[in-house]
Design a protein around this ligand. Structure first.
Ligand SMILES: [Fe+2]
Ligand SMILES: [Fe+2]
Length: 136
């Protein structure tokens, strides 16, 4: 397991917390399949599921920010876009080399540390703002 869900930082909006929890579950599954030496097809399936989940995660936050005119929308979206670009590169390299270590290293060294920081900063401020408009 890459990360225990109980270690996930929480924000003021539960619907965002649920999206983050789901992402960690998907990420744990992907990570597990790599460390257990699953076949390439299974890792590929889990990797695609992860990519799709990240896109949905970011899109759901961006929709809410736009709807309620969040003041730091461009900054928040900017952070999402940088990571989406990195994931796009990783996907290209993965498709070329099919080396699970590429995914494992990215998840451990880039994505997870980034996500923890992003949740505690951008997402926390955004959730606090949105919690004045959205009840969940
Ligand atoms: Fe988020
Ligand atoms: Fe975010």
């Amino acid at each position: 397991m890459l990360m225990d869900i109980s270690e996930l930082p929480r924000v003021a909006l539960d619907r965002m917390n649920r999206v983050h929890e789901e992402e960690i579950k998907i990420l744990n599954k992907l990570y597990q399949s790599i460390v257990e030496g699953a076949d390439i097809e299974e890792i590929d399936r889990n990797f695609r599921e992860f990519l799709e989940d990240v896109v949905n995660h970011f899109t759901s936050e961006q929709k809410m920010m736009e709807e309620f005119n969040f003041f730091a929308f461009p900054m928040h979206k900017g952070e999402h876009d940088i990571v989406l670009g990195q994931l796009e590169n990783l996907k290209k390299n993965w498709e070329k080399e099919k080396n699970p270590e590429l995914i494992k290293a990215f998840v451990e060294n880039e994505f997870l540390p980034w996500l923890m920081n992003h949740i505690q900063t951008m997402d926390a401020v955004t959730a606090h703002f949105l919690s004045h408009f959205i009840r969940d």
